[in-house]
Structures are given as structure tokens and as C-alpha cells.
Design a protein around this ligand. Structure first.
Ligand code: KIV
Length: 260
């Protein structure tokens, strides 16, 4: 699937469903059960590799998993691949070289973390035909600076995030992940932007929702507050994925208990 088809769904007011995905079998399962976007997230550092953060994930790892997901989902789904820590932060040229390898492996879009500091790179990629998803709020690649906790909870930080969101859109970002921020702020950002916002711990007002697949399937020992185990009571994985898709599309997930 290409970006215009995906954006058309959001323009119609359809909530976009996103799940992380790291291999071909799950790519097929997710695409066959209505997931709009497969995110080859660098969360694979935790879910697949067993690390405590996303920092050890390399560009080679991301290429390997993007390639597997692309083969599994064929043309059915839209694939976003994370640029991993250290593969894009030094210059727009470095970002382009890394992004080009993910696109060649089958990604339809790349995702990178950060606000003002990323504007030049977002512009550089977008002008060269690489769709970019930005990521604001809790930035897992900056965990050593922030810890894993909700972000933008005071007025100054909220104003900065709103400014960054608008600037990223102006620079050419075509989608924005908002992670672990107050629901009211996510709502304001969503109203302020024309591009779709995808929330994770960001309340019900985003244009779409993303979760980590292992959290949805009940495989995470201590899941984050914003996650929901859709496997419980579902009977099988296909039913759990369909339940997630249904809950996001109809607006019954996330509930107030999943937000900040
Ligand atoms: O890597 C990942 O899973 C992500 C989500 C948390 C949005 O970036």
C-alpha cells in the first residue's frame, strides 16, 4: 500500500490501526486481520532480542526485520520502519543513507524520534521521496536522559511539543507518533495538524493508535499502563488482533484508564 491510500483513510475520519511487527508470519496475520500499518519498531530490541532498551538495535537488525515483514505482508499493508539509535542523528545525509536502506528493504515510510533537532533531516528525506513519520513525547532512544515516564506534563513542555509538531509537519513529516503525553495535549496537537497523529499513551483523540504486538497478545510480563491485553478471552491470535482493530476503529480503545 502507498501513502496516499493510507492518508485517504484518515481524511475520511477512519481511525488508523497500527501494531508493531517484526517477522513475516505476524505480518500476514496482522494484514489479514485489518491492521492498517505495520510498524517495524526498534522495540524489537526488547521484544525480540531481550534487551532493556531500544539502544542496542542496529541498522542491520532493522533491515533484516523490515525485509521479513515486507515479504510477509506483500502489498496488503503499509510498512513503517524505525531508524535506530545512532543511524540518523548526526546529519541529514546520514539519515538519508540509513533511510534509503530501510526503503530498499521494503519500508513505505521511516520513523525518527525528536523535534526541532530533526527538522532539517525530515525536510531532506521528504524532498527526496522518503515519507517520514515523526515521533514526539516519550522518546525511547532518549531513555537515559528522561527515563520511561510521561512527558510534556507542564505548560512550557506542552507548548514546546505543540510548536515542534507544527514545525515537523511544515518540514514535510506525513505522520506523527505521540507517546505518553497528556490526552488533552494530544487532542490539541491533533486538531492543530493536517497530518494524522498516532497515539500510544496519548488518549483517544489521535487519528490512530499504535501498540506493541507483544502487549496486545499478553506476552509482556509488566505491560505499560497504556497497553491492553486483547488476547485474554479472545481464544486465538487472529481474534485478538481483530478485537484490537475493532476497538480502535470504534473508539472503545483507549479508555481513560490508558491515558495520562
Ligand atoms: O518501536 C516501537 O515500538 C515504537 C512504538 C512505541 C511507537 O516506536
Amino acid at each position: 500500500m502507498y501513502l496516499p491510500q493510507l492518508l485517504a483513510r484518515a481524511v475520511k475520519g477512519e481511525k488508523l490501526t497500527v501494531l508493531t511487527c517484526y517477522d513475516a508470519s505476524f505480518a500476514r496475520l496482522l494484514a489479514n486481520n485489518g491492521v492498517d500499518v505495520l510498524l517495524v519498531g526498534d522495540s524489537l530490541g526488547m521484544t525480540v532480542q531481550g534487551h532493556g532498551s531500544t539502544l542496542p538495535v542496529t541498522l542491520e537488525h532493522m533491515i533484516y526485520h523490515t525485509d521479513a515483514v515486507a515479504r510477509g505482508a506483500a502489498d496488503q499493508a503499509f510498512i513503517v520502519a524505525d531508524l535506530p539509535f545512532g543511524s540518523y542523528q548526526t546529519s541529514p545525509q546520514q539519515a538519508f543513507e540509513s533511510a534509503a536502506r530501510l526503503m530498499a528493504a521494503g519500508a513505505n515510510m521511516v520513523k525518527l524520534e525528536g523535534g526541532a533537532i530533526m527538522l532539517e533531516s525530515v525536510h531532506f528525506l521528504a524532498r527526496r521521496g522518503i515519507p517520514v513519520c515523526a515521533h514526539l513525547g516519550l522518546l525511547p532512544q532518549s531513555v537515559n536522559a528522561t527515563g520511561y515516564r510521561a512527558q510534556a506534563r507542564d505548560a512550557a513542555a506542552a507548548a514546546q511539543l505543540l510548536q515542534d509538531a507544527g514545525d515537523l509537519e511544515s518540514a514535510g513529516a506525513q505522520m506523527l507518533v505521540l507517546e505518553s503525553i497528556p490526552s488533552v495535549l494530544a487532542e490539541e496537537v491533533t486538531q492543530h495538524l493536517a497530518i494524522p497523529t498516532i497515539g500510544i499513551g496519548a488518549g483517544p483523540h489521535c487519528n490512530g493508535q499504535v501498540l506493541v504486538l507483544q502487549d496486545v497478545l499478553g506476552l509482556t510480563p509488566k505491560p505499560p499502563r497504556f497497553a491492553k491485553d486483547f488476547m485474554s478471552g479472545a481464544g486465538n491470535m487472529a481474534a485478538a488482533i481483530s478485537a484490537y482493530v475493532g476497538a480502535v476503529k470504534t473508539g472503545t480503545f483507549p479508555g481513560p484508564e490508558h491515558g495520562f
